[in-house]
Write a protein of this length. Structure first.
Length: 304
């Protein structure tokens, strides 16, 4: 066996060991993420990235010396080679954990790394699109969701994501078309019905919106979205008590819904429950200080 071939055999043997370790860390990171322990997930995915992407799986000094003798003209950076596609998976997992913590820029950076390694990785494209949407980078988010659809025309997330961007841009007809496609692909997806219902609500088609929100709740009553949507319809119809019940259900399922607090506050205000209204407004502003101006403007318009 030649010297070069022997070195390659050693490197691949070392890489396979590190690959298994990285795989185990990725699995552990997923479990940490699922139970909401995002810091532990980040630590696990970070270690997986280090193990699966390091130079020749960090061979011994003697092996490293011989490896460098193969091509001593290459730079250190050029010699750092991703040995395992698990690296892209780990970057995506860590990005999701950063996103869950509200650290959108770090999340996007990780998705960028994953897509540098595997440009057609639809999971990373979807996640980056969602993060960009969260940062109101609508054109960039739209581009990511378009790429998802290009790579996989049956990927429901691409249509829901693109529809959500179009909805935010006020292109409600095109948004509904995307949600209709998503529903055709997956007729039991509660989020597709929620988003279509929201576009219908914004279009003034309240009865159709209400039907979508109620079916979303039927499909999965553990999600907050259907309750949020139905609450907004009832608020618009002046059914303030029922709206409060729905918005409370949404908040109970996800306490991060800033607009649920704000709109419940307006319902309470309409019912002359000033104390409850002020508490809701204060909570919304605490979570997002930019809401103060929005709430003030809405109050002056509704209750001049």
């Amino acid at each position: 066996m030649s010297k070069t071939l022997a070195i390659i055999v050693v490197l691949f043997a070392a890489a396979s060991i590190y690959s298994q370790d990285a795989n185990d860390l990725n699995k552990r990171g997923v479990k940490s993420f699922e139970r909401g322990d995002y810091n532990s997930a980040i630590a696990d995915f970070t270690r997986a990235i280090e193990l699966s992407s390091r130079l020749a799986a960090r061979p011994s000094d003697s092996v490293r010396k011989n490896f460098l003798e193969i091509d001593p003209t290459t730079s250190e950076a050029d010699r750092v080679t991703v040995l395992d596609p698990l690296t892209a998976v780990a970057y995506t997992g860590r990005g999701k954990a950063y996103f869950a913590k509200g650290e959108f820029e770090k999340a996007i950076s990780d998705y960028d790394h994953a897509l540098t390694i595997t440009p057609s990785m639809t999971a990373a494209l979807l996640c980056r699109g969602i993060a960009r949407f969260g940062m109101q980078q609508l054109d960039l988010a739209l581009a990511d969701f378009e790429r998802v659809i290009t790579f996989n025309k049956n990927q429901i997330g691409g249509y829901i994501g693109r529809g959500a961007v179009r909805q935010a841009q006020g292109n409600l007809t095109a948004a509904i078309d995307d949600f209709n496609t998503a529903i055709k692909l997956e007729p039991k997806n509660p989020m597709a019905y929620y988003y279509r219902g929201e576009s219908r609500r914004r279009s003034g088609r309240l009865n159709e919106a209400l039907a979508d929100f109620e079916y979303s709740i039927t499909l999965n009553s553990k999600l907050p979205n259907g309750f949020l949507g139905r609450g907004m319809v009832r608020l618009g119809q002046g059914q303030f008590e029922d709206a409060i019940k729905d918005l409370t259900q949404a908040i109970d399922r996800d306490g991060r819904l800033v607009h649920a607090y704000a709109n419940r506050g307006f319902c309470n205000l309409a019912l002359h429950k000033t104390g409850e209204a002020e508490a809701d407004f204060a909570k919304a502003i605490e979570m997002d200080p930019s809401m103060e101006a929005e709430i003030k403007a809405a109050r002056s318009k509704i209750f001049p």
